[in-house]
Every structure is written in C-alpha cells, then in structure tokens.
Write a protein of this length. Structure first.
Length: 181
C-alpha cells in the first residue's frame, strides 16, 4: 500500500475557535451557504436522506458548520412532505428552480434562520435551520445582510486565523481569485 508522506506545516494555525467547533450558535439569522451535500441511506435501511452541510459566512460565528437532513425517501409520507418543502425553500433561496443535483445548491450565499435547541436527556444541545431566504445586500455584517435584530450587540472581530474574503474551501465562481464573495 502506498502512503503519502506529509510534513506538518510549521507556521500554520487553524481557526480552532470555529472550524471543528460544533457547539450550537445562538438563535438568529446568519449569512450562510451549503458547501457539501450527500445522499445517504437511513440507519433502518428503509429510506434515504439528503444531508446538507452549511457554513456561516460572516460575523462572530463565521466558519461554523450547520447541518440539515432531508428525508426525501422515507416510509413516513409526512417526513417526505416536510423534506420536499424544505428543499423547495432552499432552491428558492439559492435562486435555482428545477435542480437536478444537490451540488447545484453549493456555494450560493443565502440567509439562514437558525434556532438553538437545548440539550435533553437523550440529545445534546444543537441547532436547526428553520428557514432559508435569498441573500440581500453584501457580506460584511451590514444591516442589508444581517437584520439589526439578528446582529450581536457586541460582535467581536473574526479570529485572525480566518482570512477576509472567501473561506478556504470556497470556489470562485468567476474563476479569478481577486473577487471576494
């Protein structure tokens, strides 16, 4: 078996405050985008769901991951109906109608309405994305992007380890690297 020899980068610091931090964010509206999606079989093997991984694009929680699971193939018709309605809302927020592949929804900024779920005896605290809206305005925390009610009262600056502009995994749709999102 061939193995790649990797050298540990000497002067690289990760954004340990956000990347890999799955603690819940406060309820509110956040600019975000779907960066990854995968169609998976349910544990019971009775259906399939689309798992979408979204990332917050700006503000105090920039880089934080959020997840959505859409039961598109399930013995419960109510679960399928809810999943299809949510997928329709995502498509409209992205400005994409008639999507054939979930990858068509990747990398399109939108406004995510997020709620924080408190921990229960059987589940840890977490977040649910309750609504998706088209992005209005530009990124940067301006009132046009994040309604004043959703902006933190004293939002700290993004950690220094996260560069301004695109996040490391974001693709430039125009193909040139000098145009930030």
């Amino acid at each position: 078996m061939n193995m790649a020899k990797l050298a540990q980068p000497a002067n690289v610091e990760g954004n340990k405050d956000q990347i890999g931090d799955f603690s819940p964010v406060p309820s509110g509206k956040y600019p975000g985008q779907i960066m990854k999606s995968e169609y998976k079989q349910t544990k019971a093997k009775t259906g399939h769901y689309l798992e979408c991984q979204a990332v917050i694009l700006d503000g105090e929680f920039r880089g934080r991951m959020l997840f959505e699971r859409l039961n598109l193939d399930n013995p419960n018709p109510v679960a399928v109906e809810i999943a299809n309605k949510t997928l329709n809302t995502i498509c409209h927020a992205c400005g994409k109608i008639g999507v054939q592949d979930s990858e068509e929804l990747h990398g399109i900024p939108m406004l995510l309405t997020v709620i924080k779920k408190e921990a229960t005896e059987t589940q840890p605290a977490g977040n649910d994305i309750k609504f998706y809206e088209p992005m209005v305005g530009t990124l940067g925390g301006s009132p046009a992007t994040i309604p004043p009610a959703a902006a933190p009262a004293t939002a700290p600056a993004a950690p220094a380890a996260v560069p301004a502009g695109r996040l490391p995994w974001e693709k430039d749709p125009a193909g040139d690297d000098d145009i930030p999102f």
